[in-house]
Design a protein around this ligand. Structure first.
Ligand code: FES
Length: 111
């Protein structure tokens, strides 16, 4: 089991639990976490699963892959991309990420 905490722009937070292997996006959608719509279903085409990985977790989560980075760059005129930006559909929960904290942006790209 692994826990992920989703922090909203207003500071409210929800911690969700599931088994390893699931994407941070799927866990959010399955638990109706606000602000993560994931309209493309997890294939790096919408950006509506964008999150900021908490600074304390950024090194452990790592940065985006090449395709994910290209998608974030393409979205840069519509969302605030930060060094900790990730598409949550591309972060897969592992035992090492138990307790992960991500921040939901206050705006997501329209599609
Ligand atoms: S769900 Fe569309 S990019 Fe992640």
């Amino acid at each position: 089991m692994a826990r992920v905490t989703y922090v909203q722009p207003d500071g409210s937070a929800r911690t969700c639990t599931n088994f390893e292997g699931m994407a941070v996006m799927h866990l959010a959608v399955g638990n109706l976490v606000d602000g993560i719509d994931a309209l493309c279903g997890g294939v790096r085409q919408c950006g509506t699963c964008h999150v900021y990985v908490d600074d304390a977790w950024a090194a452990r989560v790592g940065g985006p892959g090449e395709d994910e980075a290209a998608m974030l760059e393409a979205l840069g005129d519509r969302i605030e991309v930060r060094p900790t930006s990730r598409l949550s559909c591309q972060i897969h929960i592992t035992e090492e990420l138990d307790g992960l904290v991500v921040h939901v942006p206050d705006n997501q790209p329209g599609v």
